[in-house]
Design a protein around this ligand. Structure first.
Ligand code: ARG
Ligand code: ZN
Length: 855
C-alpha cells in the first residue's frame, strides 16, 4: 500500500518511556517491552501499534493481563481500546533472529546479534509506535550467555552489569536523550575491542570503543583516528560537540548498507571500518574516513534533530552528506573530492531522474521506505544544501545552522523547518528556492553567447528547462546559483549569478572577443549544462582555467564531442593533436595535485558517456572508449613510461600526497598494460613488489581493462594469498564479475560455489552481482539476453532472502526505455518474470511495477 506525505497526521499517542528486556537466544529471543504511553488526542479511543513477524506471548494493560478478545492482533498491527490518558503496556513477544535473513530488526549472523531499525525495522522487535516523530527515553536490559556473548551493547550509558547464576550476564543501558525507535540498537557478541578517547572542546572526556571481529582489532586504528578527526572538525567548523560519555562503533560483516548512526552505538558494515595498507585500497581508506564522519555528524543532524516523517529523510541525509563532503574536502584533495561528488550526480542521480523511480529529494509517495535511501535523497539532497550554502555564504549558512538547533534541538521536524531557519537567520527570501524539495528531474541549462565588438559586450542568454519525469509531468523554473568565471586577457572576473526565471541574460561589458565564460563553476547547481563552446575553446579552458574543477569539466565536454565524432566516423576518428599536447604536458609536468592530474588523464567510464544519451548506444560507447585508450597508450608510450617510473616509489602511508602519486602512477600503468606482452614484466614487477593493496589491485584492474593474458595467473595467485580475508576476497569476486568476455558466466557460477560466498551476506552478493551489472556493461547488455537473465535468476533467488538487497540490484533493469528495441524487449521480459513471481517483496514490487507501468 502507498503512503503519501499529504496524509501525514501527528501521532495520537506518545511513549514517554520505553523499557526493554531482551532474553537473547538465536532462535527464541524473548522481548519484554514496558511502555509508558500518553494520549495526545483526547478524542481517540483506540491505540494501534506497528508490528511485523512477531509472536505475541502476553499483553498487560497497566497490571491487567488482557485476554485474546480484549485486543486485535494482525500481521501488521496490535490494536486495543484505550480509556485513560496515561497508561502502561507490558508486551512480551518472541522473535527468531537466526531466521531473519532480511537483516532488518534484530538478526543473528556470524555468531553475534545485531540490529538495524531504520527505517521501519523496530516493529520487528516489538509492537510500537514505529515512526520518527515519537520520541522516547529508552532503558535496555540484555540477558545472554556470558561465554558466547561477552559484550552486550545498547544505546547510552551502561548503568548495571552483573553475572547471573546460570552462566548468563545481565547488562542494563540507559540513554538520557529521547529518541525515535529507528535510532535504537542492540549488539551482542564476542569482539576485539580497540579503545581510544577524546576530549571535547569544553572538556568532556569521551571513551571511543570500536568492536570488531576477533583478530581484526589492528585494522580499526585508522577508523578510530578518523573518528577523532571528525569530532574535532565538527567542533571547529560547525561548533558542534559530542554529548555522551561513550561513543561505540561495531563493525559487522552482515549489513545491508554502509553504516547506521544509532545514538551512541553506530553499527558499520565491516568494509567501512577495517582497513590496513596491505588489505585496503586508498579508496577504501577514503570511504572509511568519510562514512565514519557521516555517522558521527548525524549525532546532531539526524539524532539531536530528527525527521518528522520518512518523507523528510533528506532533512538529515542531504545535510549530513553535505557535511561529510565538506569534511572530506578538508582532509584530502578538495578538487578531486568535488569531481567525485559531481560524477555521482551526473551518472547515478541523473539516471535515477530519467528512470521510472524518479522522485524529488522529498518524495511525495512511498510504498517501501527502504527504496528511498537513494542518490536523489542523499546526494542531490546534499547539492540542494550546497546551493543554500552558496547563496548565503559560510557565515550566513552557519547562522542558519545555529538558529536551526536553537529552535529544534530535541524535535522531529521537516525540511521546511530547516529552510525556514536558514531564511530567518539571514533575512533572505527562500520561498522560490523551496521548489527544489518538490520538483523531481534534471534541469537543463542552455547557454548561448553573443559578442558585440563595438561595445566590447558579451551577452549570455540562459535558458532553463526541466523535462517531465515518470512521477511529475509539469515543471517550473528553479532558483539556480550559477557561479562563473570569465577568462579574459585583461584579467579574469568571477561571480555568482542567481537565475530565477526560465530565460535570463547576463551581460559583461569591456571584455575582449576572446573572452571565455566558464559557467557553473564547481557544479554550483545540479543541472545539465548545454553550452556552445568549440573544441578549441574547451581545450583552452582545460589548459588555462585556474580552477581545477573547471579544467576537468572542460575535458569532460571534449570527451563527449570526441565520442560523438567517433560514432559518426566508424572509429576512424583520431583524437586531435592539441589533446595529445595537453596530455603530454600533464605527464611531463604533473600539477601539484597529483590526484587531479590522474583524473585529468582519465578517459571517462561507460556510465559517464551513457548518461548523455536518451537512447544509450552501448556498443558504440564501449568501442570508442577502447579506441581512445589505445590511441593514448600508443601515442604517448614514452611519456607514460617516464611518468610511471618517476612516480613508482611511494611511501605506503595513506595521506593526500601518497594517494595522489599512486593514482597518477597507476593511471599510467592502466594505459601501459595495453601494450600487451611487452608490458608483462612491468605488471608482474609491480604486483610482486607492491607493499599495499592499491598497487596490487591496480595491476589486476589494468590487466582486466586491457584484456591482458597475465590476468588469470595473477588472479589465481591473489586468491591463494587472500582466501582468509573476506573483504579482500570481495575485490577478487568483483574483478572476476567485471571480466568483459562470455567466460564471465561460467566464472560467476564458480564464484557462487566458492566456500566464502554466501547468499545471506550482502557484501558477497554485491561483490559479484553489482560488479556484473554495473561494471560489465558489455556482458550485462548482451544481445542474446544472457546478462539480463543471469541478473533475473539472481533476484528471484535473493528476494525471499533479502528484499532490500534484491531491490537495489534490480536498478539497471528498470531503465529499459533507454536502450534499443531488441534490448528493450529482453529487459521487459526479465521484468515480467520478476513481477509474475508469487510472493515478490514490496521492495522489488514497487520498482518492477513502476518500470512496467507505461510499457
Ligand atoms: N541512516 C543511514 C545512513 O545514511 C542509512 C540507513 C539506511 N537504511 C535503509 N533502510 N536503507 O547513515
Ligand atoms: Zn546518513
Amino acid at each position: 500500500s502507498v503512503k503519501r506525505l499529504s496524509d501525514y497526521q501527528p501521532p495520537g499517542f506518545t511513549i514517554d518511556s520505553t523499557d526493554l528486556t531482551f532474553e537473547l537466544d538465536a532462535t527464541h529471543t524473548v522481548v519484554t517491552a514496558v511502555l509508558e504511553l500518553r494520549r495526545l488526542d483526547p478524542q481517540l479511543t483506540e491505540l494501534s501499534l506497528d508490528g511485523q513477524q512477531l509472536q505475541l506471548l502476553s499483553l498487560h494493560y497497566n497490571d491487567k493481563l488482557l485476554a485474546a478478545n480484549e485486543f486485535d492482533c494482525t500481521s501488521q498491527q496490535l490494536r486495543l481500546k484505550v480509556t485513560e490518558d496515561t497508561f502502561r503496556l507490558t508486551i512480551r513477544t518472541q522473535i527468531n533472529p537466526l531466521a531473519n535473513t532480511a537483516l532488518e530488526g534484530l538478526y543473528y549472523a556470524n555468531g553475534s546479534f545485531c540490529s538495524q531499525c531504520e527505517a521501519e525495522g523496530f516493529r520487528r522487535i516489538t509492537y510500537y509506535l514505529d515512526r520518527p516523530d515519537v520520541l522516547s527515553v529508552f532503558r535496555t536490559t540484555i540477558i545472554a550467555d556470558t561465554a558466547h556473548y561477552p559484550y552486550l551493547l545498547s544505546n547510552g550509558n551502561k548503568v548495571e552489569q552483573r553475572k547471573l547464576d546460570n552462566g548468563q550476564t545481565l547488562v542494563c543501558w540507559q540513554d538520557p536523550f529521547p529518541k525515535p525507535s529507528y535510532l535504537f540498537a542492540l549488539v551482542a557478541g564476542d569482539f576485539d575491542l580497540l579503545r581510544g578517547d577524546y576530549q571535547t572542546r569544553s572538556g568532556r572526556m569521551v571513551a571511543l570503543d570500536f568492536f570488531v571481529e576477533k583478530g581484526q582489532g589492528g585494522k580499526a586504528a585508522f577508523a578510530l583516528d578518523a573518528l577523532k578527526r571528525s569530532m574535532r572538525w565538527d567542533e571547529q567548523r560547525f561548533g558542534l560537540e559530542y554529548d555522551l560519555d561513550t561513543y561505540m562503533v561495531v563493525a559487522v560483516d552482515f549489513f545491508n548498507m554502509g553504516a547506521m548512526e544509532n545514538k551512541g552505538l553506530n553499527v558499520f558494515n565491516s568494509k567501512y571500518v577495517l582497513v590496513s595498507e596491505d588489505t585496503a585500497t586508498d579508496t577504501d581508506f577514503f570511504n572509511v574516513e568519510s562514512i565514519i564522519g557521516h555517522e558521527y555528524f548525524h549525532n546532531w543532524t539526524g539524532n539531536r534533530v530528527t525527521c518528522r516523517d520518512w518523507f523528510q529523510l533528506s532533512l538529515k541525509e542531504g545535510l549530513t552528506v553535505f557535511r561529510d563532503q565538506e569534511f572530506s574536502r578538508d582532509m584530502g584533495s578538495a578538487t578531486v573530492n568535488r569531481i567525485h561528488a559531481v560524477q555521482v550526480i551526473r551518472t547515478a542521480q541523473f539516471a535515477e531522474d530519467a528512470s521510472p523511480m524518479a522522485h524529488p529529494i522529498r518524495p511525495q509517495q512511498v510504498m517501501e521506505m527502504n527504496n528511498f535511501y537513494t542518490v536523489t535523497v542523499y546526494d542531490k539532497g546534499a547539492e540542494v544544501i550546497r546551493m543554500l550554502h552558496t547563496l548565503l555564504g559560510e557565515a550566513g549558512f552557519q547562522a542558519g545552522m545555529r538558529l536551526y538547533f536553537e529552535r529544534h534541538d530535541g524535535q522531529a521536524v521537516t525540511c521546511d523547518d530547516f529552510v525556514q531557519a536558514m531564511q530567518d537567520a539571514n533575512h533572505y527570501d527562500l520561498s522560490a528556492f523551496r521548489l527544489w524539495y518538490q520538483q523531481s528531474g534534471t534541469p537543463e541549462l542552455t547557454m548561448q553567447r553573443h559578442y558585440e565588438p563595438q561595445q566590447q559586450r558579451l551577452t549570455l542568454r540562459l535558458n532553463q528547462r526541466t523535462a517531465a519525469t515518470a512521477d511529475q509531468p509539469d515543471k517550473a523554473a528553479l532558483v539556480l546559483p550559477v557561479r562563473y568565471q570569465l577568462l579574459d586577457e585583461s584579467g579574469n572576473k568571477s561571480g555568482l549569478f542567481v537565475m530565477q526565471e526560465h530565460n535570463e541574460t547576463l551581460v559583461f561589458d569591456g571584455v575582449s572577443a576572446q573572452a571565455l565564460p566558464v559557467m557553473l563553476e564547481d557544479f554550483s547547481a545540479p543541472v545539465r549544462l548545454k553550452h556552445d563552446y568549440s573544441e578549441q575553446e574547451l581545450l583552452r579552458i582545460a589548459m588555462e582555467a585556474s580552477n581545477g574543477f573547471a579544467r576537468w569539466d572542460a575535458l569532460q565536454s571534449c570527451w563527449m564531442l570526441w565520442l560523438d565524432q567517433a560514432m559518426h566516423q566508424n572509429n576512424d576518428f583520431r583524437l586531435p593533436d592539441a589533446f595529445f599536447e595537453l596530455y603530454q604536458q600533464l605527464l611531463k609536468l604533473p600539477l601539484d595535485d597529483k590526484a587531479l592530474t590522474a583524473e585529468l588523464l582519465k578517459v571517462p567510464e561507460y556510465h559517464v558517456f551513457a548518461e548523455n544519451f536518451q537512447q544509450i548506444p552501448v556498443d558504440a560507447i564501449l568501442s570508442a572508449i577502447h579506441s581512445f585508450r589505445q590511441q593514448i597508450s600508443q601515442r604517448l608510450a614514452p611519456e607514460l613510461k617516464a611518468c610511471y617510473q618517476q612516480h613508482s616509489v611511494v611511501a605506503v602511508e595513506y595521506n593526500e600526497m601518497n594517494v595522489g602519486i599512486r593514482a597518477l602512477k597507476n593511471r599510467c600503468l592502466d594505459y601501459l598494460a595495453l601494450h600487451g606482452q611487452p608490458a608483462e614484466t612491468l605488471l608482474l614487477q609491480q604486483y610482486n613488489s607492491a607493499s599495499n593493496m592499491t598497487d596490487k589491485l591496480a595491476v589486476l584492474s589494468a590487466c582486466l581493462h586491457s584484456a591482458h593474458p597475465a590476468f588469470f595467473g595473477l588472479m589465481q595467485q591473489f586468491a591463494t594469498e587472500w582466501q582468509h580475508d573476506v573483504l579482500v576476497l570481495d575485490k577478487w569476486f568483483s574483478l572476476h564479475a567485471a571480466q568483459p568476455s562470455a567466460q564471465v558466466f561460467e566464472q560467476i557460477t564458480l564464484l557462487c560455489q566458492h566456500p566464502k560466498f554466501s547468499w545471506q551476506n550482502p557484501n558477497r552478493v554485491r561483490a559479484v552481482f553489482h560488479a556484473f551489472a554495473m561494471q560489465n556493461p558489455g556482458q550485462f547488455h548482451r544481445m542474446d539476453g544472457r546478462g539480463y537473465q543471469l541478473l533475473t535468476d539472481t533476484l528471484l533467488k535473493l528476494d525471499p532472502i533479502n528484499p532490500q538487497v534484491s531491490a537495489r540490484l534490480v536498478t539497471p533493469l528498470l531503465s529499459w526505455q533507454r536502450f534499443d528495441l531488441e534490448r528493450q524487449a529482453l529487459m521487459k521480459a526479465a521484468l515480467h518474470r520478476l513481477s509474475a513471481q508469487p510472493g515478490i517483496s514490496d521492495d522489488l514490487y514497487e520498482k518492477v511495477s513502476k518500470a512496467l507501468a507505461n510499457e
